[in-house]
Design a protein around this ligand. Sequence first.
Ligand SMILES: [Fe+2]
Ligand SMILES: [Fe+2]
Length: 233
Amino acid sequence: MRIAAVADLHVKENGSQSYKELFAEISSKADVLVMAGDLTDLGKPKEAELLASDLRSCTIPVVGVLGNHDYECGAVDEVREILKDAGVHLLEGQAVEIGGVGFAGVKGFAGGFGRHMLGSFGEPAIKAMVAESVEESMRLENALRQVRSHRAMVVLHYAPIPETVAGEPEAIYPFLGSSRLAETIDRFPVSAVVHGHAHRGTYQGKTPGGAPVYNVAAHIEKPTGRPYALLEL
Ligand SMILES: [Fe+2]
Ligand SMILES: [Fe+2]
């Protein structure tokens, strides 16, 4: 199966950029489109409607997760409904199987990497942040448990490894993802992982357990020479 993956489209309310042609092009080149979060710029229902309208030119199944930007306006329930009505398989701790490939998706969260990960110590606000990070990993675990196929793709917004955020200022790495996601991924047979969020990151990396990871943020240079990656699974 050929999978096109892109993240961080950040669709804006003013309609400054249309993705109609891009979605039509992707439909001619891939069997499934995966969108790894920050679908909208500010999480406004109007932005989600514009994306839904552009998605009418997409003739292949669409799998997606939300990003932090999709939460900005506090209208995430509306955004979610608009995208689901547009036919997007929006994954928030669930899995969907398409053409023999299981897609397990979750937004993920921040928290940092390796032995520099934020620990659950001190103020309640810090503990709440760590708890959110742990909870997103557990949602991913539940999603992966639902996958029956031996070919599985994990879809995230936040990064599971530091390699694919390299290029961003090192000071913000802890806000770009969490190793807790990679720890969960490595307990399952996963064929590929895609994420976004780090617009200036690096295209390719691997989890400590060897699962290939791709940062598919639209801004990142890819072998296709296009905003999306093409992955064979
Ligand atoms: Fe983004
Ligand atoms: Fe983001």
